[in-house]
Ligand binder design. Sequence first.
Ligand code: SAH
Ligand code: SF4
Ligand code: F3S
Length: 481
Amino acid sequence: MNSTGDRMSASAETKRQYEFMQKARALVSKRSDAIGRRLTFFIRTFGCQMNFLDSEKLTGILKEIGYEEAKNEQADLVLYNTCTVRENANNKVYGRLGTLKEIKHKNPKMKIVLCGCMMQEPTVVDTIQNTYPFVDLVFGTHNIYKLPELFVTMWEADGQIIDIWDSYRDIVEDLPAQRKYKFKSGVNIMYGCNNFCTYCIVPYVRGRERSREPKDILREAERLVDDGVVEIMLLGQNVNSYGKTLETKTSFAKLLAEVAKIDGLQRIRFMTSHPKDLSDELIEVMASSDKICKHLHLPLQSGSSHLLERMNRRYTKEDYLALTDRIKAAMPEIALTTDIIVGFPGETEKDFDETLSVVEKVGFDSAFTFIYSKRTGTPAAQWTTQVPEDVVQRRFDRLLATVQNIGAKKAEKYAKTVQKVLVEQVNKQDKHLLTGRMDNNSVVHFPGDASLIGQIVPVELAECRGFYYMGRLAEDNGEDS
Ligand code: SAH
Ligand code: SF4
Ligand code: F3S
């Protein structure tokens, strides 16, 4: 395993990969001619926004080399972009590999490709080698830009190809990408994570934190806007520490202010904010720009200062509450969402009660709640004071009920108001309805014509149904809501 190819400048590497794309195109075209139809591919993405953005890049490359997108795994090339943040993410992939084996049995020339965070774990790669020899290509998170080259190697080889790097080398810019939505897009501003929360595997599989140059980010954002994008989501594991690793130091607040200057860009979102690094400068920039959505995803993880310390989060319950107070004072309309882990090793009933109390005090608009999952290689995995499963489940159910209750009350407050909604798609269940999102990320369904997709329109929120709204197009522009 590990290290192939020389270190070289990012633009030379981009050029190199374009050369491999040409080669790959010729190979694909030859096969297509032989079988009398286009070859098809299907990508299934597990995990977070970062992985979904990577998958848009992988899609761009596969289309560039001549593949056509299929609707499901019945395809000539299937790629799984994997996640390993919790054990069940891994299990889902292993489960699906069984089905892929059967599909490949009927189509022996089919290619099966695995990449993403799970592949950065040596034990996973061993298992793939030993138990899933029908997988053709495995690569990791640090070399996804190498897909064109790896594709050619795979095509010309007999056995399984594995190329995993244990750390990143260059940030390679300017490879093709195929956006899922014409009107909105994610933009990576940084990669990796240096925080080493004691439960979390992400720093091990995504590597050390590094920021992209502001000029590269702004250039990408401008190009996206020229291409019809009205909403951009800036992405990183901890956007609030953006810029710290750059030669010319800068801050996330400064970057955000620059992005907000882009003409034609109407909405800016970002994920994820670590509470320890959220600055007053950022709160000011957010409050002063209409373009920046009034939504903050601010993972709490636990409301117990003792557990937060054991988690290495580097803030206390009091810090978190003071921070959310400052945010609310500057932006009373802010939607706050969060992530919470239940059953972290050593969690007592008292710790859990503190989590419930913070949830109530902050009044989150919504929260992702997770049962603690032991990840091999992380410090917490060695701690023996694991909480019994039935206790964890009871706490989880209580937390979920509390979170839902508070979220529903928060949502009810917007009923009957008019809100600006970015129309995203025709409703999947009822084609007479459109589905869109408010500034605060809430989902709204309303009757309308597909020609509105990609536009920001005023919608009256006629009825609140817990976590989403049913609405109707409004006459006014929603300014007064
Ligand atoms: N960088 C982000 C989170 C990335 S992972 C941040 O720090 O906020 C997304 C969420 O998964 C985390 O916020 C955490 O709540 C959850 N998570 C991470 N590791 C986990 C584990 N081992 N078990 C359960 N949940 C976990
Ligand atoms: Fe994981 Fe913590 Fe980094 Fe988030 S900040 S990715 S939870 S280590
Ligand atoms: Fe999963 Fe990797 Fe994201 S582990 S949560 S896909 S960074």
